[in-house]
Design a protein around this ligand. Sequence first.
Ligand code: NAD
Ligand code: DAU
Length: 354
Amino acid sequence: MKNILITGGAGFIGSHLVRLMVNKYPQYNIINLDKLTYAGNLENLKDIESYTNYQFVKGDICDYEFVMNLFREKSIDGVIHLAAESHVDRSIKDPFSFANTNVLGTLSLLQAAKNYWGESGREGFKGKLFYHVSTDEVYGSLEQDGTFFTEDTKYDPHSPYSASKAASDHFVRAYFDTYGLPIVISNCSNNYGSYQFPEKLIPLFINNICNNKPLPVYGKGENVRDWLYVEDHAIAIDLIFHKGKNGDTYNIGGFNEWRNIDLIKVMIKTVDRLLGRPEGSSETLITYVTDRAGHDLRYAIDSTKLHKELGWSPSLQFEEGIERTVAWYLNNKEWLNRVTSGDYQRYYEEMYKE
Ligand code: NAD
Ligand code: DAU
């Protein structure tokens, strides 16, 4: 494969994946297609933007004609699809944009892949791959009972976000079953690390602790999430893209469950220590607020299949990952300030004016 289309490459996980791929595969052309919504930030890719095997294209995955032309123009051989609306709280306020991007956008990419690769019949699918990056939230919510999501867990999404991701997963499988399009899907747990938009729990809270702002804990803070360092997710995607079995699904997770309130206390301790404040003094910022509607109690991924079949394991212990992450946000205040002030968008809006 030569020309790889990565969608959503200016976002959090996408930018880590693009960085990994352009560095690791000089023989590939990596084409990053991104609409640059509020969550897309080309400043995440400054270090690799001038690489000769990297190209950025601004565009909307929902625009089928545009996507089809891009497949033709760039002779796309493989797709790794990450572009999405990704924040649960936004999906509660504006479900339509989630259905639009996550469902119809995925459909538009599938249709373009099928039509472009299938121009010479099913033979044209040989050596091609459509990789859909999804989430563990499609499986719904677990009790506090030590059970895990496996690849066979029944879909049971609760939020408009997870419903839209579940629908997109179904479309991807439908293209495999109906047209024979080569596909693979992965469902990953919560990611953390550098370049995450500060609306999600970890970067939002690090930023708020630094600025002595309240930390809005939903409900009692007892919900459990399974946290994976973002670079380990990117490594898993690379592995599945190259070695995954056609038509298969892989769960990705680090067996690393944390109650929100316990994780928040770890973040407080770490930020306080790194800022030279009395350790734990920022706990007074914890503010319990009204719970998120339909708040899933617990996510926990069983990634045994990925470990056994493809040999993947997370490379980093959580203690080291969270230390690195907190340190990154403290050392990259300029990035945080440009994101929270909106300056990052104004700069690139000017550059990519239509
Ligand atoms: P993100 O919100 O940080 O980035 C999404 C990117 O998609 C942005 O760059 C945005 O500009 C782009 N985008 C949005 N709509 C688009 C459109 N219509 N056309 C082209 N580009 C568009 O998201 P993320 O957290 O990096 O997540 C990436 C993918 O991984 C998503 O599909 C998400 O569902 C999935 N995922 C995320 C997590 C997580 O913890 N963040 C965990 C598992 C799976
Ligand atoms: O599990 C994978 C999913 O993880 C991804 O598919 C999503 O794209 C990603 O956003 C994430 O979803 P969550 O809803 O789990 O992540 P978020 O960071 O929004 O919230 C994590 C937990 O923290 C959740 O239980 C809600 C809680 N929370 C979140 C915020 C933003 C708070 O208590 N207060 C907050 O202000």
